[in-house]
Design a protein around this ligand. Structure first.
Ligand SMILES: *Cc1c(COP(=O)(O)O)cnc(C)c1O
Length: 409
């Protein structure tokens, strides 16, 4: 595949007429923002743009072929999370899935209650949506976290009241990699007959996520965080014990069991399905490989710069390291680092608006410490050589900054 693929790619890049710069994907340490589409995924998607361009809802040969491809992808995704294929609703990404889950449950369960419990360290897609809902009368509880980024499950349980309809808590945090005790959360939700929605965007494809074992009622995840294309996501909606009710938020032709109208993205969904299969195959070996590389990066940066890890290190994704560096000027740290390596200071959205991370703030860190924190997220493109380069570059940058700040240069 490799050589022909490269040839084909350079042809397409030339043909696109775009001024593209060659970049070294090994120096990309921002896999929690997005991941490169796997070569095999690109190949699987290709026919569905051009030769097999049918609308999956059309009743003729072109439509049937597209519908069959979507059906296979739905099975591949269901297999990844141990769901039934009928329980997968395709959307444009995790943000839309989160909106459908939260707004859809609030609308469908209005007769039961209007209280949602979530947490201060959730992704903005959750926090902004519950804020919006709260302006329209939904009562929202934002649980705090401790300095390790962990919440108190007793507090969660005490917050539940007769009007609580939903607990919305993520699987793994995008900024720190901290993994929530999902099974315990689910069991609390079950005991109190409250639905449990989980934003598993950073966990699916990286660690085993099984909606039945984990007892999750609704779950959002996204293709572009697991080496699939951008613009495709899914919402898992449980069909039995209990059968979750959901009010559709996008109305139209009644696609996706009436829960999400609009012509479905056939190439994107085919790619998402293929990406799921590859994640399943590589999960164990890739986790082991990345954990070793992450640990090497982390321990070298700790000993080389005096950095400290933000959040617990016991329940954490293997490919993420969120480090606080002992410098005053956090923004120049980031500016100098991104000269050579692609890292971020938190979530993609917060760095775009240069807002200090709400996740680290919720963990009680002062503004200065938040601003001098950097997230390294490793992935399939990460090589041992690149980790060495990242260590060297980061140590040099931090030493320079410390010398400047001490006034010795
Ligand atoms: C990336 C991300 C999202 C948003 O996903 P999109 O598919 O980009 O809309 C939501 N939650 C978490 C935890 C994420 O990491």
């Amino acid at each position: 595949m490799g050589e022909r693929y490269d040839e084909c790619l350079s042809f397409l890049i030339t043909a696109s007429g775009l001024p593209l710069q060659k970049m070294d994907a090994a120096l990309y340490f921002d896999h929690n923002s997005t991941t490169p589409v796997d070569e095999a995924v690109v190949q699987a998607m290709f026919p569905w743009f051009h030769q097999q361009f049918g609308n999956a809802a059309s009743n003729h040969m072109f439509g049937w072929q597209a519908a069959e491809a979507v059906n296979i992808a739905r099975e591949q995704l269901a297999a990844l999370i141990s769901a039934e294929k009928e329980e997968i609703i395709f959307t444009s990404g995790a943000t839309e899935s989160i909106n459908l889950a939260l707004r859809g449950v609030v609308d469908a369960y209005a007769g039961k209650g209007n209280h949602i419990i979530t947490c201060a360290t959730e992704h903005k897609a959750v926090l902004d949506t519950v804020e919006h809902l709260s302006k329209r009368g939904t009562r929202v509880t934002l649980l705090p976290v401790n300095a390790n980024g962990e919440m108190d499950l007793k507090e969660l349980e005490q917050t539940i009241s007769p009007d609580t309809i939903l607990i919305a808590l993520m699987y793994a945090n995008n900024e720190t990699g901290i993994i929530h005790p999902v099974e315990q959360i689910a069991s609390i939700a079950k005991q109190h007959r409250v639905l449990f929605f989980c934003d598993a965007t950073q966990a699916v494809g990286k660690i085993p996520v099984h909606v039945l074992n984990d007892d999750i009622d609704l779950m959002a995840f996204s293709s572009h965080k697991m080496y699939g294309p951008k613009g495709v996501g899914a919402l898992y909606v449980r069909r039995k014990n209990p059968r979750v009710k959901l009010t559709e938020q996008i109305t139209g032709g009644g696609h996706e069991r009436g829960l999400r109208s609009g012509t479905i993205n056939v190439p994107g969904i085919v790619g998402f399905g293929k990406a799921a299969t590859i994640c399943m195959e590589q999960m164990q070996t890739e986790t082991t490989r990345l954990e070793a590389l992450r640990n090497q990066l982390e321990s070298s940066l700790i000993s080389g710069t005096g950095a400290t890890v933000n959040g617990t290190t016991t329940h954490r994704l293997a490919h993420v390291s969120n480090l606080q560096f002992p410098v005053q000027n956090g923004s120049s740290l980031l500016t100098r680092l991104i000269h050579k390596i692609a890292v971020s200071s938190g979530s993609a959205c917060s760095s775009a608006s240069t807002q200090p991370s709400h996740v680290l703030k919720a963990m009680g860190m002062p503004d200065g410490a938040v601003k001098s924190s950097i997230r390294f997220s490793l992935g399939r493109t990460t090589t041992p050589e690149a980790v060495e380069q990242a260590i060297q570059h980061t140590v040099t940058v931090v030493e320079q900054l410390l010398a400047e700040e001490a006034g010795t240069v």
